[in-house]
Ligand binder design. Structure first.
Ligand code: PLP
Length: 377
């Protein structure tokens, strides 16, 4: 068995057989030659349907989430949201979905504003409580959507438990694994049927390419629908997007431990600070999801959020005073970002007004702590 570190570092790539190029070439061609019989001897037809850079990325993502024993398959998309929407589209009008009440706000918007009118019925529940999820199951429940750690409160959902509930209900369990990345958590090995990623975040890792993916434990009927929708809708990444994402993944296994170590240091600093009312980081023993996170993750991740004593004004002020942190949305890159979350989520947001979300980057943790220290005053 090849270890994930080795798979990532080599990006499942051998030197190009035509030229010996060690780094993969970018194949911009939109179309591929047929032979005299009208067949496609090398398998590629048209770039929306498949192209060499995308198929390399999909192969690598399948290996990282599913292991190199084989079986797992992946489909890459132009964004995490396109990947998410494709999973919902693969269901049928009239189906029922159970989703976490604090899922990524774009996912909630898809369910409420696009797929409710289309015919999907969604119940939003507190997924940290398995009984609540069990009670929400209906005869037409087809999908349990989990997201762990969650955004922005870092709640932890027990993936194996959700997969068990889904299985007994005859439903799928799909996990948004964006925040953990396959280096820290492999939902397929815990029983999930499919994993969704925004590769814009840790997989790409450098804040320079938008993308998404659906990875399935097997080439199942629902995955074949995902493939169909990928092809006929065409929300696909460009060859260069795929190339950049692959390039980012080569260092994923080196970046993730550094993100986790830095986030742990920042979380402990914030926890002891008198102007901080609460810190949400699953690596802290006081975090309600600490034990479950310890079982299903190999480390606690690079994301945290904290609440500033003094409410919204005080939180905005801290965000305005940082010098090293960049005030911006998104996460998972080398630079640390800080964001007042409620104001980006809009009027329906249930995120506390005094909460700042932090994506801890790869700077020296002492510099990050000094910056937060001066910003908190
Ligand atoms: C960013 C994000 C998404 C959406 O991905 P995009 O690439 O921005 O479309 C979905 N889920 C989670 C958890 C995210 O952080």
């Amino acid at each position: 068995m090849m270890r994930p570190e080795t798979i990532a570092a080599q990006a499942a790539h051998r030197p190009d057989s035509a030229t010996g190029a060690v780094a993969p070439p970018i194949y911009l061609s939109t179309t591929f030659e047929r032979d005299g019989d009208g067949e496609y001897p090398l398998g590629f037809v048209y770039s929306r349907s498949d192209n060499p850079n995308r198929s390399s990325l999909e192969h690598l993502l399948a290996l990282l989430e599913g292991g190199d024993e084989g079986g797992a398959v992946a489909a890459a998309f132009a964004s995490g949201s396109a990947a998410t929407a494709t999973v919902f589209q693969a269901l049928a009008p009239g189906d029922h979905v159970i989703a976490p009440d604090d899922c990524y706000h774009g996912t909630a918007r898809l369910l409420r504003e696009v797929f409710a009118p289309w015919g999907l019925d969604t119940t939003f529940v507190d997924m940290t409580d398995a009984d609540t999820v069990r009670q929400a199951v209906r005869p037409n429940t087809r999908l349990i959507w989990a997201e762990t750690p969650s955004n922005p409160l870092l709640k932890i959902t027990d993936i194996a438990e959700m997969a068990g509930i889904a299985q007994s209900a005859g439903a799928l369990c799909v996990c948004d694994n964006t925040w953990a990345s396959p280096m820290l958590q492999r939902p397929l090995s815990l029983g999930a049927d499919m994993v969704v990623h925004s590769t814009t975040k840790y997989l790409g890792g450098h804040e320079d390419v938008t993308g998404g993916a659906v990875v399935s434990a097997e080439d199942s009927e629902v995955f074949r629908r995902v493939r169909l929708i990928q092809n006929v809708y065409g929300a696909v990444p460009s060859p260069f997007d795929c190339w950049l994402t692959l390039r980012g993944i080569r260092t994923l296994h080196v970046r993730m431990p550094a993100h986790c170590a830095n986030a742990g240091r920042v979380a402990r600093f914030l926890q002891d600070h008198p102007k901080v009312a609460a810190v949400h980081y699953p690596g802290l023993p006081e975090h309600p999801g600490h034990d479950v996170a310890g079982q299903q993750m190999s480390d606690y991740g690079g994301m945290l959020s904290f609440q500033v004593a003094g409410g919204r004004e005080a939180a905005m002020e801290v965000a305005s005073r940082v010098r090293l942190f960049v005030r911006a949305t998104s996460l998972g890159g080398t630079q640390s970002l800080i964001e007042h979350r409620a104001s980006i989520e809009g009027p329906h947001s249930e995120t506390p007004d005094d909460l700042l979300r932090v994506s801890v980057g790869l700077e020296h943790p002492d510099d990050l702590i000094a910056d937060l220290g001066q910003a908190l005053g």
